[in-house]
Ligand binder design. Structure first.
Ligand code: NAD
Length: 489
């Protein structure tokens, strides 16, 4: 395997929250593991007039932890350089080109460049244009653009953004981050589905009764209020993370575990998503906003949030992927802020056995649960005999996997994705067409809501959302596996 990488990173938004919390620590992990060593450098750019020394201090602070060796931290930080840069100012790109050339030579990088756009998407087009016109892209190595969400706020704006970038960078060189795709347990979906004949045979509408996807957060809107007010839970979580998970769960088996084969199948699954009419939106999707308690503020009382805000902080819905294997299987999704517990989990609920031969003994459901967060776990719920003289049944959870919360064992999503980008492997990034089909589905919901002022419900902070979200399942004879009280079977 190609271990040691040669690359110059140019991080736009190098003073920002994402850079400090995720990118620098991930690069440091890659450094310690030997993927990045002598032949790499990082240029951080942003508007603030920082010096290299100050920038290196910020980087050291971002990666320092009790168990880290001071020598490693110091050596790593020496690879970081700073350029004060306004992305709209052409002159600044000239300075950037010169610095990039110098560092390329100094570290024998060979022209490989990764441009990481860790700033507002409204600048992406301008940056892409200048990188090309000011010859910051090289001829002798690769040039890859890594971009963050949100990719547009609807299909039209996403197309505009894609065209703006696409004029200067080919689709193959654009790496759209959806950090859920870098999570160990999300990558486990393919392993469980396609690595076990047991599940391969059962993974369809003949055996699966319903699928439940929960991405719940315990925190409120926190410091992202400005952005969140314009986005809401549907755009922030469903368009990207949840629909990506849906595609991984419902795609057909790819011919091989490679970028192009997986992408093809994921795309087919997203194409098969049933796009709702306004009437269907009303029946199948609910939205709500959190209210306060004695200790916690309600959404409308949060800083920078309008008193009469109609932004949803919670969404739940039922959707269908109408491909051969999943037509007819309801997929229930929900996500929200200020819910009872922070968790990301997938519950695959299998159909009841057609005949219960055990008389009055109640059979529990077979449920395969994949917990992505807070701790990676996979378990399967089964019925077994109760030990003893008489014949009784009991429900047992069979542990398939328990991942300890250990950094060595579980690389942070960003660390995995940055390494993938260095290797030019876009399997776990989102292709433009996937983005487009996801927006198409989401736009139908959003535009219906925009015309239905009365469809915003409320839920108490610390609950698992409004009652209308439970009703979505109850009326189908189902219930959420994960409730505010834990799991129910
Ligand atoms: P931030 O506000 O903390 O940082 C923005 C950066 O952009 C700063 O370094 C700022 O100096 C720079 N900047 C702003 N205007 C500039 C200009 N005209 N010229 C040059 N530099 C300029 O934002 P963030 O939280 O780091 O987020 C960055 C991007 O990543 C956003 O698109 C956000 O949606 C996305 N994102 C962030 C997170 C996160 O955890 N922070 C998670 C997912 C996606």
């Amino acid at each position: 395997m190609d271990t040691k990488q040669q690359a110059l990173f140019i991080i736009f938004g190098g003073t920002g929250d994402l850079a400090k919390r995720k990118l620098y620590p991930s690069l440091f992990e890659l450094y310690k593991k030997g993927f990045l060593r002598d032949n790499f450098a990082v240029i951080g750019t942003a508007r603030r007039p920082w010096t290299d020394e100050y920038f290196q201090e910020v980087v050291r602070e971002a990666v320092t932890a009790e168990h880290e060796s001071e020598e490693d931290v110091a050596n790593f930080a020496q690879h970081f350089y700073y350029q004060s840069h306004n992305v709209n100012d052409t002159e600044h790109y000239v300075t950037l080109r010169k610095l990039a050339q110098q560092l390329d030579q100094k570290y024998h990088i060979g022209g490989n460049r990764l441009f990481y756009l860790a700033m507002s998407p409204r600048f992406f087009g301008t940056i892409a244009k200048h990188l090309k016109s000011q010859h910051i892209v090289t001829d002798n190595g690769y040039n890859r653009l890594i971009i963050e969400k949100p990719f547009g706020h609807d299909l039209t704006s996403a197309k505009e953004l894609n065209n703006a970038i696409g004029s200067y960078f080919t689709e193959k060189s654009v790496f759209r981050i959806d950090h859920y795709l870098g999570k160990e347990m999300i990558q486990n979906i393919a392993a469980v589905r396609f690595g076990n004949n047991l599940f391969r045979s059962l993974w369809n509408n003949r055996y699966i009764d319903n699928i439940q996807i929960t991405l719940s957060e315990a925190l409120g809107v926190e410091e992202r209020a400005g952005y969140y007010e314009t986005a809401g839970a549907l755009r922030d979580m469903v368009q990207n993370h949840i629909l990506q998970i849906v595609s991984l769960l419902t795609m057909n088996m790819p011919a091989s575990y490679t970028e192009s084969d997986i992408r093809r199948e994921k795309l087919d699954a997203l194409k098969a998503l049933q796009v709702y009419t306004p009437e269907q939106v009303k029946n199948n999707f609910v939205r709500a906003q959190y209210t306060g308690t004695n200790e916690l503020k309600g959404y409308r009382q949060e800083e920078k949030i309008a008193d009469d805000s109609r932004t949803e902080t919670f969404v739940a819905g039922k959707l269908f992927v109408n491909n051969e294997n999943f037509a007819g299987v309801p997929i229930y999704i929900r996500t929200g802020k200020r819910l009872a517990k922070k968790t990301t989990r997938i519950d695959i609920v299998f159909k009841d056995i057609p005949k219960n031969i055990f008389g009055s003994a109640k059979l529990g459901k077979n449920i395969l649960t994949i917990i992505v967060e807070p701790k990676g776990e996979i378990y399967l719920q089964m019925n077994v005999k109760q030990i003893g003289q008489d014949f009784g049944l009991q429900v047992q959870k069979m542990d398939l996997l328990q991942v300890k919360d250990n950094k060595v064992q579980i690389p942070e999503a960003y660390e995995k994705l940055i390494l993938d980008a260095l290797r030019g492997n876009a399997t776990n990034f989102t292709h433009w067409e996937e983005v487009a089909y996801s927006w198409k589905f989401v736009d139908a919901i959003r535009s219906t809501w925009d015309q239905q002022q009365d469809s915003l419900a409320e839920y108490a902070s610390g609950s698992m959302g409004p009652k209308v979200a439970d009703d979505l399942l109850v009326r189908d004879g189902h219930k959420w596996v994960f409730t505010v009280n834990g799991e129910e079977n």
